[in-house]
Ligand binder design. Structure first.
Ligand SMILES: Nc1ncnc2c1ncn2[C@@H]1O[C@H](COP(=O)(O)OP(=O)(O)OP(=O)(O)O)[C@@H](O)[C@H]1O
Ligand SMILES: [Mg+2]
Length: 270
């Protein structure tokens, strides 16, 4: 994927399967959002191919993606501030009576049904601008459930959420997996990644430089790959190694957070 002189994606070879959560990690500007946007139909790649169930496809728009069973939630999801929650849920995909007339009743009841599976704190008649950042994120996630998608793309789903809301989003992601869907999520927060991902993809400067099963890897290894250093370079005197050193210094704290959070989400799942 090329933007002018910037090659945002260079070597990408990734298989996705049903019933799994795959996390994409990498430094700022690594190409994570671009990769997700290409699959979501928001951006057209200059080269390469996307194969779905054995067939090469060109995903030309978000609507096209949606018809192929791909749903997406991006950073800074746009809403219509003057509309209520139900109307925003169905924005651009309104339900209609046979006669081509909007079916408000069905939309409201479907909105209620979908939201109830995610949270009790949002009413469908509330104006969207009365909601907190986290509640808006929940509405954005609820939108992905409307069309029974096979693949859900999430760009930073837990960014700027409270601890409780993060736990809600993580259990939502696990639920999507247990329903047989695939979730591909970009995430900066390694505790969240280790809490839900089956596989972790490390992207660096437009290249996939590692795909790991979560159970077979470690924070240190992932952080080293993100920073672009190998383990044995740890003590070396270069900038990447120094960044790696300071990041690994935090890993005890991160590990503790992860354990606490895993316990917390397990409790919620129970
Ligand atoms: N629409 C665009 N036009 C020009 N350059 C772009 C565009 N979108 C992305 N880029 C460039 O492509 C590269 C990858 O950007 P991308 O947004 O995919 O990174 P990212 O990994 O999601 O980073 P972050 O962690 O900051 O969200 C960056 O160098 C960025 O400047
Ligand atoms: Mg991004």
């Amino acid at each position: 994927m090329r933007f002018g002189f910037v090659d945002a994606l260079k070597s990408i070879d990734l298989d996705l399967f049903s019933q799994e959560v795959v996390a994409i990690v990498g430094d700022n500007g690594a190409g994570k959002s671009t990769l997700v946007k290409v699959i979501a139909g928001l951006q057209q790649p200059n080269e390469g191919s996307i194969i779905m169930q054995g067939e090469e496809v060109r995903i030309t728009s978000v609507r096209d993606a949606s018809s192929r069973g791909i749903a997406s939630v991006f950073q800074n999801q746009e809403f219509c501030d003057n509309l209520n929650v139900a109307a925003n849920l169905f924005l651009g995909q309104e339900l209609e009576h046979n006669a081509g007339i909007r079916d408000d009743e069905s939309m409201i009841s479907k909105a209620r049904e979908v939201l109830a599976t995610l949270t009790e704190s949002i009413r469908v008649g509330q104006p969207i601008n009365a909601l907190s950042v986290g509640q808006r994120q929940t509405v954005a996630l609820a939108r992905t459930l409307l069309n029974d998608p096979r693949l859900i793309l999430l760009d930073e789903p837990t960014a700027s959420l409270s601890v409780m809301q993060v736990a809600e989003v993580l259990s939502y992601i696990k639920r999507l997996r247990s329903e047989g869907r695939c979730v591909l999520m970009v995430c900066h927060d390694l505790p969240d990644v280790f809490a839900v991902a089956d596989r972790i993809v490390v992207l660096r400067q437009g290249h996939i430089i590692g795909v790991h099963r979560t159970e077979d890897t470690s924070y240190e290894h992932i952080i080293a790959q993100i920073a672009g250093v190998s383990h044995d370079e740890e003590m070396a005197d270069n900038e990447g190694a120094q960044r790696y050193g300071s990041l690994v210094g935090q890993s005890k704290l991160i590990n503790r957070t992860m354990r606490n959070r895993a316990e917390h989400t397990d409790e919620q799942d129970a």
